[in-house]
Write a new protein. Sequence first.
Length: 321
Amino acid sequence: MTLSETQTSAYRYVFGPVASRRFGLSLGVDLVPLKTCTYDCIYCQLGPTRARTVERREWAPTDVVKREFRDWLAHDGKADVVSLAGSGEPTLHAAFGEILDAIRDRCPIPTVLLTNGSLLHLPEVRAAAARAHRVKVTFSAPDEETWRALHRPSPELRFDDFVEGIRRFREEYAGDLAFEVMAVEGVNSDPDRMARIAKLAQSIGPDRVQINVPVRPPCERTVRTPSAAVLERLAVLFDPRAEILGVEAVSPVVDAPQRTLGESEILGLISRHPASADEVARALGADERAVLRLLERMTLEGRVARREREGRIYFASKLER
């Protein structure tokens, strides 16, 4: 058992670090219970939203989150970024800005907020989000109809408020702002809608736009991924051209020295990000064959579920967190 495993396996809210295709080696900080979100996206890899809400409260104990991060920093402390992400929408946590401050005060590692942007119409959420070094916002629709079809937001939310909140955040925020467009075939992948998304995005002015696709098994089985050729045609609608993410378009996962790891580390990853055996191995820097043996054993024991997506097998935790 490694030092990293003995520490992070005991944490409830801090997980990883794992290799991210966008941010390098990323330590995750998970602030809400599994599938607590303002959205119930049709493409979500974690399944249906259990608690669709706009209630902002201290879902995870702030002091415990801070303590776990301090402990990780003292015993490991190696990561390229610290990301607020995981099981749901992090801006639902009433003190996520305070947690960002606590991380920034203790180390020079850049902080990243991964958000769907649905609460940025609230001034207090914008002020807290501005404490992150980088912010990535999901921006996948040009109108109310498409937005609701993709994300199935909480009834209290409105598309115009969503756009205006992001626009105001861009005006107030001096850090790095990225938009992620999740392209779903038959919903927003036609050139007309994507061109309108591009025009709307350009009017706000993010630092970059990335087009992503549903790679892992989605919430709704009808969700389909646009082809690589379609994605290339959509990317050029953005100025500057959007970066394409997804299986065929991303760079290899960050290399890490292989090491021995335990079940708790694997479960900590796949409970938040269902993954194939090779993705788990690369993300955690372990031997793929050993990871696959563990995953197959945990599947037989009923703790892990196997799901197939376009010929690839993905593993997800069946345990409650």
